[in-house]
Design a protein around this ligand. Structure first.
Ligand code: ATP
Ligand code: MG
Length: 391
């Protein structure tokens, strides 16, 4: 039930409010811009501004689209469509009855009121609001309706400020964290499997702007995997529609073919070092301050502690692995939640190339010994040919 009589939508942010004034203002402005852009993206006309440690949206026609588009944005802790009334007990009570008559469906209710401001701002307390509005609601919501202050079917919320009182029925939760763009750019290696989009999303929720990089492995990935990766990346766009989502495509099919011929049990680790070397160079070009992958400790032979060590040493740029300690079911749950999970059986990532008995111990010297001399040349060649694909 989205409450259609709402005059405004208020947006709450958590962690941002703990920052110093300067940082807080910067982040609130960033979040407002992202909200504005997300609403523009779905064609909603409205006004967005900051006040009372909240972001307020007003002058709109329909509430549901706003709730759907804004409640998924990183940085948003929760939001509530509200009716706005004068900050007096009578107007608050009347407003709640109006909302109740349209929306109340249960048998029990409670009033949860918060009066904000100095003691003498209003001549009543939060408790006065609860008691008075509660009794007016009881008289108006119909027979057999009772007050339950523990587990009511419906809470009626009141946030009473000096100039206005906000009345609402629900807090829609957002992902929290920081707004995208607050922390700068990160290069995300996204293969279209379940893990890498979740890893990129997690970094977005800590304020990172994601630059997506996909390695197309020619015959080893095939058109199906390419398309699947592009579709997955496209699904991340709604969390930050005002950023550059062109996928950077690196064609590595020919190098993969050479590695398949030249190496056996070490080829996966060498291939992953190759990917990281390319990512490092692209990150420099793009002004990204790190790379992010969907690796999770022990999930695959290439993700043992030893192999992660050997692979990480291929680059100097920080490699972030937000899913390192996540179990697969938890990753899948997030993937479902953000819409990147697909039941498809196509294997993504490097599965096709994995040897039968892969190297799992991660001996750096041994890998350096077998790493073909042509690798660095292949890195240069590949980076030069990286292209953008618009999604
Ligand atoms: P995914 O994370 O997409 O589910 P995966 O679990 O199959 O991939 P690997 O194939 O071992 O794992 O890859 C580990 C990480 O390397 C991925 O999470 C991703 O960040 C990156 N990666 C692997 N293959 C590619 C690719 N083709 N393009 C971009 N990044 C890739
Ligand atoms: Mg994985």
């Amino acid at each position: 039930m989205v409450f259609e009589q709402a005059d405004v939508v208020i947006i709450r942010f958590g962690e941002i409010s703990l920052k110093s004034n300067k940082v807080r203002n910067r982040m609130i402005n960033r979040l407002s811009k992202n909200i504005n852009a997300a609403l523009k993206n779905i064609g909603v006309e409205c006004t967005v501004y900051n006040k009372w440690s909240r972001i307020i949206i007003e002058e709109f026609e329909e509430t549901k689209n706003i709730v759907d588009a804004v409640s998924i944005l990183p940085g948003v802790v929760s939001l509530s469509p509200c009716k706005v009334v004068e900050p007096k007990i009578e107007t608050i009570s009347r407003g709640l009855v109006e909302i109740g008559l349209e929306n109340f469906e249960g048998n029990t209710f409670g009033v949860d009121a918060r009066r904000v401001g100095e003691k003498d701002t209003h001549n009543f307390s939060s408790r006065d609001i609860c008691e008075e509005a509660g009794s007016v609601l009881l008289d108006n919501l119909g027979e057999n309706v009772e007050v339950d202050l523990n587990h009511p079917d419906q809470w009626f919320y009141v946030e009473c400020r000096k100039e206005k009182a906000f009345l609402y029925l629900k807090k829609y939760p957002g992902p929290g964290g920081l707004p995208v763009g607050a922390e700068g750019k990160i290069l995300a290696l996204i293969s279209g499997g379940h893990d890498s989009p979740v890893a990129a999303y997690k970094m977005m929720c800590r304020g990172c702007e994601v630059v997506p990089l996909y390695f197309s492995m020619g015959d080893y990935s095939g058109i199906d995997l390419d398309i699947r990766a592009f579709k997955t990346i496209q699904k991340l766009k709604k969390f930050a529609p005002n950023f550059d989502w062109d996928v950077r495509v690196a064609e590595i099919g020919e190098t993969v073919e050479k590695l398949m011929e030249d190496l056996n049990n070490t080829r996966m680790v060498v291939l992953r070092r190759f990917m990281f070397k390319i990512a490092e160079k692209l990150a420099e070009k793009e002004g990204a301050r790190g790379i992010v992958t969907g690796e999770s400790l022990g999930q695959k032979s290439s993700q043992t502690l030893g192999n992660l060590d050997v692979v990480s040493r291929a680059t100097k740029i920080p490699v972030h692995r937000p899913l390192l300690s996540f179990d697969k079911p938890d990753i899948i749950e997030i993937a479902r939640g953000i819409g990147t999970f697909s039941g498809s059986k196509i294997e993504a990532g490097c599965t096709e190339i994995a040897p039968n008995r892969p190297e799992v111990y991660g001996d750096l010297e041994k890998i350096k010994d077998v790493e073909p001399d042509y690798i660095d040349g292949e890195v240069e060649k590949t980076v030069d040919k990286i292209y953008r694909k618009e999604l």
